[in-house]
Write a protein that binds this ligand. Structure first.
Ligand code: NCD
Ligand code: ZN
Ligand code: ZN
Length: 433
């Protein structure tokens, strides 16, 4: 199987007008101008000024659900949504039912994902039930360990397992991804308006920076929502502790707490939406490189669940099909450069999660490619999502710039809004050689 892609290419290092040849899943040649070979498939955008060929985009934080929550999403609908949204790789969180926090469940989940996923995927390991659940399969199958600090760490009396997990992550060179919120600061049920103040996030950010300093593992703080948290991480890195990275999500940049008034439960997410000043600081930190990654935190729930009153509705926003267009809109507004966009979506995710041979368009790398039309304008229409969660706080928003093709190891999974049903093509990124 061979694929030739022609057009304007940003390799992640430079912009060229040229061609990419993908053979046996990997990029065998990148050249300025033409490559004269006969191939089984050809994609030619050389006459389209506004179309740019990019290194495949990666989402490091998604809840593809499946198993007992497959009514919310499953590996097929979730990876179809990811392909439609321009992603070549998506990483699945462990808070499924049952949780991915013992070896058996991990193996079962990997087998299920292998059968169903259309695009490549990564798995996270959850906080284990006991110290016996640290088999080699974690290193073999997982890209990181995910800690929900509010339930796994704070109030956890099992010091043996806490000690084990941090030293294990260091020894095996597995990053720890943290949801940073200290429940001591929660008010009431923790699930109503303003029940989760920024102090909760700030406290957990500070605690985990100290923990990672002590144990030496790579700490990645996910979905950071407040300006102060970013400033603390920035200062920590400035002081020489560079083993810490962070991401934020579009909802923390584009929406503030006032959105809750008209969007109700559709704007309910943990950590919650903050103030406009936080949104602006996050945007600034996107531009200047302090924020390493944009993740979607795609957290689908059923429409009926989200229709419940705010306090009872589950938290989470589906983001796989809105994140890339929203960020391309920022590129079009000159808020961030295309180079920054590629760092946020390809280069940094590959680097931080140690995903081999992706993140750039380069000979010898996997043929993972996302093609975007920078000038395409449309309105977000949640009713047409591939995701089972057909609602969005960004419904009807105008975007400029969207993914028009997703290519995974040389196979075209999405082209011009059509997702081809290559169920089972997806491969665990840990199997990359
Ligand atoms: C996530 C979910 O629904 O699984 N919800 C959310 O509000 N972000 C959990 C999480 O990422 O914390
Ligand atoms: Zn979270
Ligand atoms: Zn999440």
């Amino acid at each position: 199987m061979s694929l030739l892609i022609k057009g304007k290419i940003h390799t992640g290092e430079k912009l060229i007008k040229g061609s990419i040849l993908i053979e046996n899943e990997k990029i065998s040649k990148v050249a300025i101008g033409d490559i004269n070979v006969s191939v089984s498939e050809k994609i030619d955008f050389s006459n389209h000024e506004n179309i740019i060929i990019l290194p495949g985009l990666i989402d490091i934080h998604a809840h593809l659900r499946d198993l007992d929550y497959s009514y919310k999403e499953d590996f097929i609908s979730g990876t179809r949504a990811a392909a439609k949204g321009g992603y070549t790789i998506v990483l699945d969180m462990p808070n499924t039912k049952p949780k991915t926090n013992n070896i058996k469940n991990l193996i079962d989940k990997n087998n299920l994902a292998k059968l169903k996923a259309l695009i490549d995927y990564g798995l996270y390991y959850g906080f284990p039930e006991n110290v016996n659940e640290f088999g080699d399969e974690i290193v073999k199958l997982c890209s990181g360990i995910k800690i929900y600090s509010y339930e796994d760490y704070y109030f956890n009396k099992n010091n043996e397992i806490i000690e084990k997990i941090f030293s294990y992550a260091f020894e095996k060179n597995i990053p720890i991804i943290v949801h940073a919120e200290n429940p001591i600061f929660f008010k009431g049920s923790g699930s109503d308006f303003f029940d989760r103040p920024i102090e909760a996030e700030i406290s957990a950010v500070k605690d985990f920076l100290e923990i990672s300093k002590k144990y030496g593992f790579h700490l990645h703080i996910t979905h950071v929502s407040s300006a102060i948290s970013v400033k603390i991480i920035e200062k920590h890195r400035f002081n020489g502790y560079t083993n810490v990275t962070l991401d934020t999500c579009p909802h923390y940049i584009f929406l503030d707490e006032n959105s809750i008034r008209f969007l109700g439960s559709f704007a309910k997410v943990y950590p919650p939406l903050r103030k406009m000043s936080d949104c602006l600081y996050l945007l600034k930190s996107l531009k200047n490189g302090v924020i390493d990654i944009i993740s979607s935190d795609h957290a689908p729930h059923s429409f009926n669940e989200k229709m419940k009153p705010y306090e009872e509705a589950p938290a989470g926003i589906p983001g796989l099909e809105t994140t890339v267009p929203l960020l391309l809109t920022l590129v079009n507004k000159n808020e961030i450069s295309l180079e920054r966009f590629i760092e946020l979506f390809s280069i940094n995710p590959a680097k931080i999660l140690n995903i081999k041979k992706v993140g750039l368009i380069k000979e010898g790398y996997y043929g993972n490619i996302t093609i975007v039309d920078m000038k395409h304008e449309e309105e977000i229409k949640a009713e047409f999502f591939e995701s089972k969660a057909k609602y969005s706080p960004f419904n009807n928003w105008k975007i400029k710039g969207k993914p028009i093709a997703t290519i995974v190891r040389g196979k075209t999974i999405m082209l011009n809004d059509e997702v081809f049903n290559f169920i089972g093509w997806g491969k665990n990124v840990k199997a990359y050689d």
